[in-house]
Design a protein around this ligand. Structure first.
Ligand code: AMP
Ligand code: GLY
Length: 422
């Protein structure tokens, strides 16, 4: 089989490595991929948003199956375009990917179908938003409606900060048209959990839960990033909470999308907050999370391609999706300065003995040498029988990887360990 994977980060590398475990897979094309995954896939220099070029390539190579991993191409209709040409895909069509593409859509969906989430107001008029902020409870949360590279959420501790956020989104258009509408919502508290789930629009199978570490610095300080590390499972996510989520959040979301004529097929990501009033949805993503995928897929026992194809065929209920009863930890090595400005182009040294468990996100080959080429450079994942061992092993791997200006958090998994002990 020839498989095409759209995307080029650590998440895609983890998907590719897992797909390769199936002996029927002969070749995987990554569009665009990155220099660090060249051993696992044929990287083709076509951007993940260039849908006409992706379709043309898929036709030319006669690929048997496509996996569209990032949010942008999903929201732009990459799956629709490939399916039109008869190429089976993993990922939602554009009319379902809107669950991530528009926060106004997802908030209204949750309100309409009684799915627990933070109370909110939507504004298309800046003056109305500013007037509302005169009396809104503080802290408050301002969200740009559309995609904003994971940066469209501002937690405002003061009224002035909240107003500045609204002005920068609605007047200065720092996120472009994504800020035409904003959601202003209630500030929630509690541990956060990421749950990725396979769904074919009928059944839904949650994957093992995970915990992201979004801030750049140790002890959750510094700027928000795309994610500096993950552990799985998330100790806060007990069996009882999992049951409540299935009943009150996961299946109601699948049914709500069906009722709206927007059946969701693919990986649905639930960003949850376990509040004193029960679990609530902070965000939906229409795709695998990054770097959640780098801890979740290594724990998947069942063949990934089999599960994905069952999702595409609407036969997920026929597959017994199993996870290992182990723990995983992924430590992201980034370029110093990320998520602000950083230098790139430094030669990278990843020992062969651990490369199987390294997911490369931002690298390029220059004059035959692998060099850093992004903010998040790679993720090192360890799987072990205890969380403690997985953390220790992941950091031991990190110590053997070298490139100039490398930066990583030293406390990935620490909060999870403490929670597990309570
Ligand atoms: P997002 O970009 O939607 O993942 O949001 C980024 C982060 O903002 C989340 O992981 C939460 O930590 C935080 N956040 C988002 N919405 C809320 C909320 N209503 N209350 C508290 N924190 C929030
Ligand atoms: N790690 C969060 C995300 O993928 O959006």
């Amino acid at each position: 089989m020839k498989i095409l994977v759209v995307g080029g980060g650590g998440r895609e590398h983890a998907i590719i490595k897992k797909l390769k475990e199936n002996p029927a897979v002969e070749q995987i094309f990554a569009l665009p991929g990155n220099g660090g995954m060249a051993k696992d896939a044929t990287c083709v220099n076509i951007g993940a948003k260039d849908i006409p070029a992706i379709v043309e390539f898929a036709m030319k190579e006669q690929v048997d199956y496509a996996v569209v991993a990032p949010d942008d191409p999903l929201v732009l209709g990459c799956v629709d375009a490939l399916e039109e040409k008869g190429i089976p895909c993993f990922g939602p069509r554009a009319n379902a990917a809107i669950i991530e593409g528009s926060k106004v859509f997802s908030k209204n969906l949750m309100k309409k179908y009684g799915i627990p989430t933070a109370a909110y107001e939507v504004f298309s008029d800046m003056d109305a938003a500013l007037a509302y902020l005169e009396t809104a409870p503080i802290p408050t949360v301002i969200k740009a409606d559309g995609l904003a590279l994971g940066k469209g959420v501002i937690i405002a501790q003061t009224r002035d900060e909240a107003k500045d956020a609204v002005r920068s989104m609605m007047a200065d258009k720092v996120f472009g048209a994504s800020g035409d509408n904003v959601v202003i919502e209630e500030f929630l508290t509690g541990p956060e959990v990421s749950v990725l789930a396979f769904t074919d629009g009928e059944s839904l199978v949650p994957m093992v839960s995970s915990m992201d570490h979004k801030r750049a610095g140790d002890n959750d300080t510094g700027l928000n990033t795309g994610g500096m590390g993950t552990v799985a499972p998330n100790p806060y996510y007990t069996d009882t909470i999992a049951w409540v989520c299935m009943e009150k959040i996961f299946m109601p979301t699948v049914r709500a999308m069906n009722a709206e004529g927007r059946t969701f097929k693919g990986c649905l990501y639930f960003g949850l907050m376990l509040t004193p009033d029960g679990p609530k949805v902070i965000e939906y993503n229409c795709r695998f999370g990054d770097p959640e995928t780098q801890v979740v897929l290594p724990l998947l026992k069942t063949d990934l391609l089999t599960v994905m194809q069952a999702v595409t065929a609407g036969k997920l209920k026929d597959v017994d999706v199993k996870f290992k009863d182990q723990h995983a930890c992924c430590v992201i090595m980034a370029s110093k300065g990320y998520p602000s400005s950083y230098e790139k182009g430094f030669p990278m040294d990843i020992p062969e003995s651990i490369s199987k468990n390294v997911y490369v996100a931002g690298a390029a080959v220059k004059d035959g040498v692998l060099v850093t080429n992004g903010g998040r450079v790679l993720g090192a994942t360890a799987v072990a029988d205890s969380l403690e061992a997985a953390i220790a092993d992941a950091y031991a791997m990190v110590k053997t990887i070298h490139f100039d200006n490398a930066y990583y958090r030293n406390d990935i998994g620490k909060k999870a360990l403490q929670a597990g002990r309570n």
